[in-house]
Design a protein around this ligand. Structure first.
Ligand SMILES: [Zn+2]
Length: 126
């Protein structure tokens, strides 16, 4: 009785091996690898990844660039309009923020600390 069961198991495992060798393997992580974010992204996420690939940052998700605030390297303030309200924290440990309107055109300076600011026109991504 035990030998019959053992023989049946041996035969079935041999069939399984031969059958799986003939059939092509289905897509698995082992054969195709783990899909990347770009391969599995859809919709808005896919458009965002494509924009980042081309060096664009449509949703401002990258870390903001830092500026010295000098005349040669002014703080760049993006705006969709012609003016924007800017708050300058003049020194690191200040508790008060100096607010002023920044207009399109030439650079402006903070009335308190004198840092330079420049408004740059920015298009919305949609
Ligand atoms: Zn300031």
């Amino acid at each position: 009785m035990a030998s019959r069961l053992l023989r049946a198991c041996v035969v079935s495992t041999q069939r399984l091996k031969t059958c799986s060798a003939l059939r092509p393997l289905p897509r698995t992580f082992a054969t195709a690898g783990i899909p990347t974010d770009e391969e599995q992204a859809t919709g808005l996420e896919k458009r965002t990844l494509q924009s980042l690939k081309h060096g664009k940052d449509p949703w401002s998700i990258k870390k903001p660039q830092t500026y010295a605030g000098t005349k040669d390297d002014p703080h760049i303030v993006p705006s969709v309009g012609t003016k924007r309200l800017v708050g300058c924290l003049c020194e690191e440990d200040n508790t008060a923020i100096i607010w002023f309107w920044l207009h399109e055109g030439d650079m402006q300076r903070c009335p308190s600390c004198g840092s330079h600011y420049k408004l740059v026109h920015h298009e919305l991504p949609h």
